[in-house]
Design a binder for this molecule. Structure first.
Ligand SMILES: Cc1cc2nc3c(=O)[nH]c(=O)nc-3n(C[C@H](O)[C@H](O)[C@H](O)COP(=O)(O)OP(=O)(O)OC[C@H]3O[C@@H](n4cnc5c(N)ncnc54)[C@H](O)[C@@H]3O)c2cc1C
Length: 563
């Protein structure tokens, strides 16, 4: 009987899994997950995220057992482990999805390709859904995304045979991996838990999601991000379940919410695709000039921002919530954005310090989304034709729009529990609470001038390629000097990567223009004059529905842009 190794990485599920389905159709399967030191001890590793992943592995093992199989666990460098596994199991080769989340994985997979090639062994890489190796304009990618998301889900195999002679290590504990857990509560891992959350979202939250997704205390979002990050549920499954509800939805509130949810799923895929093209964005800003001129660094200010001691309640609440919960459920997009913008724009600290801190704490930490969002909030990528500067006012404006009843702030900053919501913007003399560490207006002005100056050089250029960052000479991850890490893999100059990045210097003008469409805004940006929700944070009642806006992406992006 033919034997195929299925190498699981960020796709810890049975349903909608092309490599697994194809391997089962061939014969016996060896479903393997490799605990890789380079990932477990990367500077951006979040221990809570590893804990969540271990739970997802336990669940994957149980799911495999329910169809007659089991998960095979190995530890070590996949470049050594996999050829050895092929040899010892007499498998024909490996099936796996292409992975382009970060540079490490691409270097690892290029080395694996070479090692297998040298040994005459085979691997077959599968393109993930809505991913492409081709350079296409963003509007075309948008179509590709909807097309592939609408294709039938690949059913989970009803039965599966894992050869009895293949032994497995146990799924380790964090302590066995040399990692120390902090106080965060870890959500239950696995596909069943993800499906339950999706159903709860559809039945309980879609009448208010659109209006409340920026209000952290409302917990109106799906909380699916850690599950999507580890591929415990496929984005296609989330899309199709949401799309199904959308087709039957009469209530305009539900329609708006579901369209917004689907857009956000698409944004996530889009960030991954940008990294597919430009993996250097993991390490640097899109335009080198933004890294070369102007970042400040002050250890005490960085610590105040990390620990929630800035004197700006919304920032301090976000800081403490991140450290205590890992952001899951409680730290929504808008709150993350305000918190991020404060570090890079108002404190003037390099966004990479912020992205590093997020990745070390977020349970849903995902390098392309996190790094690209950080760079966007810092104003160093995207939107090159517009003066689109995301400097959020962290004072009363933020409280009124994101925490109108003050519930989030009072939960995380108990020193301020006695204050009214209208006093939470910039509390004067609250006992035991720090004074503001900066002057918002002055800091904002400095940053606006700096960004304007930096953008002059590349704004409205027909060919932007000469202005884009190349892969840096050193691929040592940011933060390796601050945290004990396993980075030997990065100590080679310009190693091969699989999949390869865009060869910027070989692009034609037409290709350069296609790339440019990924780096500009596709919506009109007009600041809102009124918040999209009542001060109580409740959605409008069904009778008084707002008219659907022509482009919900655009309206949602605009909150807080004005002073
Ligand atoms: C500075 C910053 C860093 C971020 N880092 C991460 C990160 O590391 N991992 C992560 O998954 N999200 C990140 N986000 C995006 C967003 O905040 C989270 O996806 C969202 O809060 C997750 O909660 P949810 O699953 O309940 O969201 P929902 O609103 O229910 O969204 C459903 C799914 O859509 C995707 N999604 C939602 N919002 C966005 C967005 N703005 N950009 C891209 N995809 C989105 C996610 O996969 C999410 O799970 C970041 C945002 C900012 C501003």
């Amino acid at each position: 009987m033919k034997r195929t190794i299925v190498w699981f990485r960020r796709d810890l599920r049975l349903c909608d899994h092309a490599p697994l389905a194809r391997a089962v159709a061939r014969g016996a399967v060896i479903p393997v997950f490799i605990l890789d030191r380079a990932l477990l001890h990367h500077p951006e590793t979040g221990v809570a995220r590893v804990a969540f992943m271990l739970d997802c592995l336990r669940s994957l093992d149980a799911d495999l057992r329910s169809v007659g199989g089991r998960l095979i666990i190995r530890s070590g460098d996949p470049v050594a482990v996999l050829p050895e596994l092929i040899r010892s199991t007499q498998a024909d080769g490996i099936y796996s999805y292409i992975d382009y989340e970060r540079i490490y994985g691409r270097v690892r997979d290029a080395r694996l390709n070479q090692a297998l090639d040298a040994a005459g062994m085979r691997v077959r890489w599968f393109e993930p859904t809505a991913a492409t190796g081709a350079l296409m304009p963003y509007p075309d990618y948008r179509q590709l995304w909807y097309r592939e998301m609408s294709e039938a889900l690949i059913p989970a195999p009803p039965t599966l045979e894992v050869p009895e002679d293949v032994v497995s290590d146990g799924i380790p504990t964090l302590a066995e991996l040399g990692l120390l857990i902090d106080q965060k509560t870890i959500p239950t891992g696995g596909t069943q838990a993800a499906r339950k959350l999706l159903q709860e979202f559809l039945t309980e939250k879609t009448d208010r999601y659109y209006w409340q997704l920026s209000i952290p205390s409302a917990e109106a979002t799906s909380a699916l991000s850690p599950y999507i990050k580890f591929g415990v549920i496929s984005v296609r499954e989330c899309f199709q379940v949401a799309q199904h509800q959308l087709k039957g939805a009469q209530d305009k509130r539900v329609q708006l919410s579901l369209k917004q949810f689907i857009s956000r799923l698409r944004w996530g895929s889009g960030f991954a695709q940008r990294f597919r093209y430009l993996p250097q964005l993991e390490l640097r800003s899109l335009y080198p000039i933004c890294d070369e001129s102007g970042w400040a660094f002050d250890e005490a200010m960085y610590a105040a921002w990390q620990n929630g001691e800035t004197g700006f309640p919304i920032i301090d609440a976000a800081a403490r919530c991140l450290q205590e919960t890992g952001g899951w459920l409680s730290l929504n997009f808008r709150t993350r954005a305000i918190y991020a913008s404060f570090l890079s724009n108002l404190l003037g600290i390099d966004w990479r310090y912020g992205a590093l801190h997020f990745m070390r704490h977020l349970i849903d930490g995902d390098c392309p989304i996190d790094h690209y969002q950080w760079a966007m909030q810092a104003g160093v990528t995207h939107c090159i034709d517009k003066s689109w500067t995301r400097i959020y006012n962290p004072e009363q404006t933020a409280v009124d729009r994101c925490d109108p009843e003050g519930l989030f702030i009072q939960k995380w900053v108990p020193e301020l529990a006695q204050l009214k919501p209208a006093e939470l913007g910039l509390p004067q003399l609250a006992k035991g609470y720090p004074k503001p560490i900066l002057n918002y207006k002055a800091a904002r002005q400095t940053r606006v001038q700096q960004l304007e100056q930096q953008r002059q050089s590349f704004r409205r250029q027909r060919d932007i390629v000469p202005f884009l960052a190349r892969m840096p000479e050193s691929i040592v991850p940011f933060g390796a000097d601050r945290f004990n890490s396993e980075i030997r893999w990065a100590e080679t100059d310009q190693p091969a990567m699989f999949p390869p990045p865009l060869a910027l210097d070989d692009l034609t003008l037409a290709q350069s223009q296609a790339l440019r469409t990924w780096l500009v805004a596709h919506v009109n940006v007009n600041p809102r004059t009124k918040p999209p929700h009542s001060s109580s944070g409740k959605p409008p009642r069904a009778k008084r529905q707002p008219k659907p806006k022509p482009h919900p992406d655009g309206t949602q992006l605009n909150l807080l842009l004005e002073d």
